[in-house]
Design a protein around this ligand. Structure first.
Ligand SMILES: Cc1cc2nc3c(=O)[nH]c(=O)nc-3n(C[C@H](O)[C@H](O)[C@H](O)COP(=O)(O)OP(=O)(O)OC[C@H]3O[C@@H](n4cnc5c(N)ncnc54)[C@H](O)[C@@H]3O)c2cc1C
Length: 435
């Protein structure tokens, strides 16, 4: 990884400076002043902060000082032989830590207030991934280890052990005390805002976890201050994948184009395609079968088609966030977003994720009941949603058959036969509202 990054930097002749810890960012006038630990100062109109989430969150529990931080605790199972271990947290870090200790510890409990959520059901990769879930067998099949849904009231020393008082979430508020030898804290991470001085202190969001950001990942109160990497997750916290390289790589690419637009006047890249139903349908079908951004950032990133009255071509934009489109294109009379989405509401409502009913593959009238990932085209006018069209799901996630293409072509034929003449735009709107 290090060699790859080195090669990448030298190939692209990146202007990098290592051994530079930023200790202060200020904005005394219209420029930022960034100061490193050696006292070097850098001046800039724009600053992008991509410092990750380096601090472990320590919840305000009486006696939490007895817990060891996940980032510092020994990872040698031999140090836990025969011990009773409590892990605070039920995320991937907690499960990964637990899995490492299963052969050594006499008992492992994972405790937090909220029930476990599986990534395979929620489609959020911050929930528990199958690769880390071996402990569940040792709980539900073997009864050695356990998950505890409870509020930890306090932790106290008791005869060389640690006594934890729980208020159970699912047992009529039963209170119980359990003894452990070790407690490991895996309760998530926070960003570091200590580098900002009073001249440019960004507002924060989600319990101080992230900087508060606009749909352009710019600070809501400090113009010119942007955020990249996992810090972008403020905009889709616990819903989509911007907390992970998996997702934020697409946001970073989009941020780059936004900065070019705002600071260098380079228009957002788009293709022009003929304003005909055939060309538009073809463009959508081609894209949904190859896009990576819409596939990884389901419902968060979209393609955008903007049609202008009386013009023979429409504009086709790729890989923008839905938030950004709603903030910046809402004045347009005729535009479409194209996303790939799961039928998440129906999946959430199903008692068993492996028994979710789905429509017959040829029953396009039930396309909106699709639960697997599938394209959704939304038609807007002035920020108002007029239509939602689902392209029926496909077992192989390839939407090229007539059941996928024809209904979309019919929709576009309706829209463009009456919608694109100067006099026809408002009648299209009226027709759409009526339907
Ligand atoms: C166990 C684990 C497994 C994961 N697995 C996956 C996975 O499979 N797929 C996936 O997509 N994601 C995964 N992630 C998440 C992914 O690693 C992070 O989302 C990603 O590394 C965040 O990148 P970033 O650049 O935003 O922050 P970081 O990688 O944290 O980089 C921040 C950088 O900023 C530097 N920095 C901080 N403060 C300062 C300062 N004041 N001055 C100068 N430099 C500073 C740091 O030294 C660091 O180099 C995993 C995370 C963990 C913990």
């Amino acid at each position: 990884m290090v060699k790859y990054l080195g090669d990448f930097a030298s190939l692209l002749k990146l202007n990098l400076r290592c051994d530079s810890r930023v200790v202060r960012i200020s904005k005394p006038d219209d420029r930022f002043v960034v100061t490193d630990q050696h006292g070097n100062q850098f001046f800039s109109r724009v600053v992008i902060v991509a410092t990750g989430v380096p601090y472990q969150y320590v919840p305000p529990i009486s006696g939490i000082n007895y817990a060891e931080l996940y980032s510092r605790v020994s990872i040698d199972p031999k140090d836990f032989v025969g011990q009773r271990v409590l892990i605070i947290g039920k995320g991937n870090s907690a499960f990964e830590t637990a899995e490492n200790l299963i052969p050594a510890a006499s008992l492992i409990h994972l405790a937090s207030r909220h029930p476990l959520q599986m990534a395979w059901k929620s489609h959020y990769v911050g929930h528990l991934r199958a690769v880390n879930n071996e402990l569940l067998d040792t709980y539900l099949l073997k009864g050695q280890n356990a998950l505890v849904d409870a509020k930890i009231e306090r932790i106290q020393r008791a005869n060389g052990q640690l006594c934890v008082s729980y208020g159970y979430a699912h047992a009529d508020a039963e209170i119980e005390e359990i003894l452990y030898d070790r407690i490991i804290l895996c309760a998530g991470f926070r960003w570091d805002h200590s580098i900002f001085d009073d001249t440019c202190r960004p507002l924060t969001a989600i319990d101080d976890r992230y900087p508060a950001q606009t749909s352009e990942w710019e600070s809501v109160n400090i113009p010119g201050l942007y955020f990249a990497g996992t810090l972008m997750h403020m905009r889709d916290f616990k819903k989509k994948q911007s907390g992970f390289i998996h997702g934020f790589r697409y946001n970073v690419k989009m941020l780059h184009t936004l900065l070019e637009l705002k600071y260098e006047g380079r228009p957002l890249f788009h293709r022009s395609i003929p304003a005909t139903p055939e060309a538009i349908t073809d463009a959508i079908i081609k894209r949904v079968n190859v896009t990576s951004a819409l596939w990884q950032q389901t419902g968060y990133m979209c393609d955008l088609i903007v049609a202008h009255r009386g013009q023979a071509e429409v504009e086709y934009y790729e890989d923008l966030t839905v938030d950004y489109v709603q903030d910046n294109f809402a004045k347009e009379e005729h535009y479409y977003t194209i996303t790939l989405e799961f039928g998440q509401e129906r999946i959430d409502a199903a008692p068993d994720v492996f028994q979710v009913s789905r429509p017959h593959k040829n029953d396009v009238s039930q396309a909106h009941m699709s639960t697997g990932i599938h394209p959704i085209v939304r038609r807007y006018d002035g920020g108002r949603l007029l239509r939602v069209h689902h392209v029926i799901e496909d077992f192989a996630s390839e939407w090229r058959e007539q059941v996928h293409v024809r209904p979309l072509a019919e929709l576009m034929a309706g829209e463009f036969s009456m919608g694109m003449s100067p006099s026809g735009a408002s009648s299209a709107r009226k027709a759409a509202l009526v339907s």
